[in-house]
Every structure is written in structure tokens, then in C-alpha cells.
Design a protein around this ligand. Structure first.
Ligand code: SF4
Length: 213
């Protein structure tokens, strides 16, 4: 019987490389071709993430909505415009930070991501975090906060303090999702407070770098 084993390196599909070993280009391609969860059947485009891949600030939202699914970019439309304004108020252009979502594909009718979908997609976000090595993560909205912190507390109870994420203990701040702010504009004041906490946390990070030099 003839063996069908390929010689080392020959014919090995890219799919066989663990996500945790991929560089940016391979990771993006893996996401574009991903069929790991049923959302691939209904998406128009994957939404990989955008911005500065060397950013100190990483913004993580929920999942693509209708506009994002059409354009392939996170946080576009009215909520995206508001996020851009919020970042500007904190002294950042959108291009200064990196913006990603918990999920790379749109759940139909903008329903909440299922735990199974989040589990399927998590390796991609984890790899992005590893490649960026941010100084600070801003978790925007309930879905991002719950999945990153493994908590089911309300955003109102998770915001206002510094959490830590992952092995590197990256400081993580929770705030409201801009889509929520569009419905509840009176909460904008709290987002401003959250940004100030983020800036203070980031300043301490920079001071720590300086102290250690
Ligand atoms: S949501 Fe994530 S895991 Fe599901 S198909 Fe899209 S990229 Fe793949």
C-alpha cells in the first residue's frame, strides 16, 4: 500500500498552523477564510480589526453590526462616529489605537454572541492582543466586559476600577458602548470619567517605564 504522507513542509495547509503562531498577515487571512462557527454562513465580510498595530491602547467591542458587516471595519456608523469622538476627547485619533471586537463576524439581527461563537473566535483576539502587546485595554460595552473578565456583573458595576487581563496582567478598563450612549446620552459623563481613569492608568504605566529605566 502506498503511503500518502507528505514530506515535511510540503502540502501542509496553512490551517494546520496554530493561531497562536501566526503573524499579522496570516492571522488576517485565517480570519477571512474562517468557518469555525456558523456565523460564516451569514456574514457579508469578516471584521478583523483596524488601527495601529503598535498601539498602547486596544479598544475591544462586541461584534460587527450591519454597517461593520458591510464595510469590513469595526465601529463604523453612528456608534463608530461617537467612539471616534470619545477617543478624540481622550487625546487620540482613531488611527492611534487598535480597535477590535470579541467576534469577527456579525450575529444575525445583532443578537448577542453565543458562548460557543465566542469560544470559537477567541483565539483570533488573543493572538491580536499578543501581537499588539497593549499597555491598556478599554472594554467597550457589556459583551466585551463579560467575555474578557468572565463576569456577568452589569457594566455599571464593572466600570470605575482597573481590572487585569491575561497572563501579562494588562490593565483593563470597562466603559459603556457608544450604541448605548446614543440611547442614553446622559451616561456620557460616566464615559468621560472612565476615560480619565484610563488616562491615569496609562500615565502610571508610562511612569513605570521611566522609573525602570
Ligand atoms: S465569528 Fe469568528 S469563529 Fe465564527 S466564523 Fe467568524 S471568524 Fe470564525
Amino acid at each position: 500500500m502506498v503511503s500518502s504522507v507528505a514530506p515535511p513542509g510540503a502540502g501542509v495547509a496553512l490551517e494546520e498552523n496554530p493561531v497562536a503562531t501566526l503573524d499579522w498577515a496570516a492571522l488576517q487571512q485565517r480570519v477571512e477564510n474562517c468557518t469555525r462557527c456558523p456565523l460564516h454562513e451569514t456574514r457579508t465580510r469578516t471584521v478583523f480589526g483596524t488601527g495601529n498595530r503598535n498601539a498602547d491602547w486596544l479598544i475591544i467591542g462586541e461584534a460587527p453590526g450591519r454597517d461593520e458587516d458591510r464595510e469590513g471595519e469595526p465601529f463604523v456608523g453612528r456608534a463608530g462616529k461617537l467612539l471616534t469622538e470619545i477617543l478624540f476627547a481622550a487625546g487620540y485619533q482613531r488611527e492611534d489605537v487598535y480597535i477590535a471586537n470579541i467576534l469577527k463576524c456579525r450575529p444575525p439581527n445583532n443578537r448577542d454572541p453565543s458562548p460557543e461563537e465566542v469560544a470559537c473566535c477567541h483565539a483570533y483576539l488573543e493572538r491580536q492582543i499578543e501581537l499588539i502587546q497593549p499597555a491598556l485595554i478599554l472594554a467597550v460595552g457589556r459583551i466585551a466586559a463579560h467575555n474578557l473578565l468572565h463576569s456577568d456583573l452589569q457594566v455599571g458595576r464593572l466600570r470605575g476600577r482597573v481590572h487585569r487581563y491575561g497572563q501579562r496582567q494588562i490593565p483593563l478598563i470597562v466603559t459603556y458602548h457608544p450604541a448605548y450612549l446614543l440611547r442614553s446620552p446622559l451616561e456620557k459623563r460616566k464615559v468621560w470619567d472612565d476615560l480619565q481613569l484610563a488616562q491615569e492608568t496609562y500615565r502610571k504605566y508610562l511612569a513605570g517605564i521611566t522609573d525602570n529605566n
